[in-house]
Write a protein that binds this ligand. Structure first.
Ligand code: NDP
Length: 341
């Protein structure tokens, strides 16, 4: 059976593809917008014949996926939609975030319904930012569960790129649930809502000066100077990339996950916790990088909403990795790659 993975060259998607190929059960077709990145990825997987690519250039085009789905048609059995902009240094939030996120999701969903009659499951990578807004996340009176939704209206979300990103993910996820209800396709929908995803890049070759948005937070601490401030707004929940990829791949065989909305989050954290872990675990960095304000972490977390995702944890049925593991796995790779340069 063939699995279609959109945005295959992304940080998360590469790990999902790796997990799929490791089962040796599936052919994977990844959509990419950049063929150079695809070539690098193909080489990373040692030109595994079970991995191929199609070009889907612009998610904003509602028919962007039609051509590929027409071609692959009845071959596709599972669809993982992960492609969506994760960028914050922008000014046109509608054009750069909201339109590609929502049109991308609608477009691939409709293409699956129209052209791929054998699709059994559609797995959407949404986000914890579709579960709550930044304001809701910082309301300590709330308890967030799998049924919670980011309720920030568009006008408010347009105030900054972080809120606009949350709006883009919320609108895209809602579109998927709505289409599933309206078109009543033969396939199930599972939505995965990860919190901050940390961990190594799938390949050392992806370790660049700047990493994907979530891991860049850790990269910045590794390259900080003593006395640098620590971004207080970076706090919430986290998940190790290997747990996320495992959860995604398990959607194919774990039928209990059909129709579920899963919150992929291990624990609460603040960036100060990351700083503390790096200082404690890497004597070579200690004294060079920032120490932040070690006493601030506890208070930062206490100010956050509670998260109760025991439903997800029970459905997944495997233990989730700790922040220390996630941070160390990220930093080990950065230091290894830099030492070799
Ligand atoms: P990346 O930036 O590494 O991946 C984003 C992917 O989407 C890339 O493949 C990228 O292509 C593609 N993409 C982005 N914009 C467009 C566009 N306009 N047209 C076509 N393709 C586009 O980030 P992640 O791997 O972290 O994110 C993957 C998914 O996970 C996203 O849906 C994101 O919202 C979600 N997510 C991520 C979290 C995290 O902490 N990392 C947390 C929660 C959710 P290219 O490779 O060419 O850049």
């Amino acid at each position: 059976p063939t699995v279609f993975v959109s945005g295959a060259t992304g940080f998360i998607a590469q790990h999902v593809v790796k997990g799929l190929l490791e089962t040796k059960k599936y052919k994977v077709v990844g959509s990419v917008r950049n063929s150079e990145k695809a070539t690098l990825m193909k080489a990373g997987f040692e030109n595994n014949p079970d991995l191929s690519f199609v070009i889907v250039r612009d998610l904003a085009q509602i028919d962007a996926f039609d051509e590929s789905f027409k071609q692959l048609g009845s071959e596709i059995k599972y669809v993982f939609h992960t492609a969506s902009p994760v960028i914050f240094d922008i000014t046109d939030f509608e054009k750069d975030l909201i339109v590609p996120a929502t049109n991308g999701t609608k477009g691939i969903f409709q293409a699956a319904v129209k052209y791929a009659p054998n699709v059994k499951k559609f797995i959407l990578t949404s986000s914890f930012s579709a579960v709550c807004s930044i304001a809701e996340e910082n309301d300590s009176s709330l308890t967030l569960i799998e049924k919670s939704w980011n309720s920030q209206p568009l006008e408010e979300a347009m105030g900054n790129s972080v809120d606009a990103y949350g709006y883009s993910k919320t609108a895209a996820e809602k579109a998927a649930w709505d289409l599933h209800k309206k078109l009543d396709p033969k396939f199930s929908l599972t939505v995965i809502n990860p919190a901050y995803v940390f961990g190594p890049q799938c390949f050392d070759s992806s370790v660049k000066e700047k990493l994907n948005a979530s891991c860049q937070n850790i990269n910045e601490i590794v390259h900080s100077n003593l006395g640098d401030p620590v971004k207080a707004q970076v706090k919430g929940s986290f998940i190790h990339i290997s747990d996320l990829a495992k959860a995604q791949v398990s959607c194919i065989e774990n039928h209990k996950l059909n129709g579920q909305r899963l919150i992929l989050a291990k624990d609460r954290f603040s960036l100060q916790n990351v700083v503390d872990i790096i200082n404690a675990k890497y004597p070579s960095l200690e004294g060079k990088i920032t120490k932040g304000e070690p006493e601030s972490a506890k208070q930062a977390i206490e100010g956050l909403a509670k998260v109760d995702n025991h439903v997800t944890k029970e459905l997944l049925g495997f233990p989730l990795k700790t922040l220390t593991e996630a941070v160390q796995d990220t930093v080990d790779q950065i230091l290894r790659v830099e030492a070799a340069q």
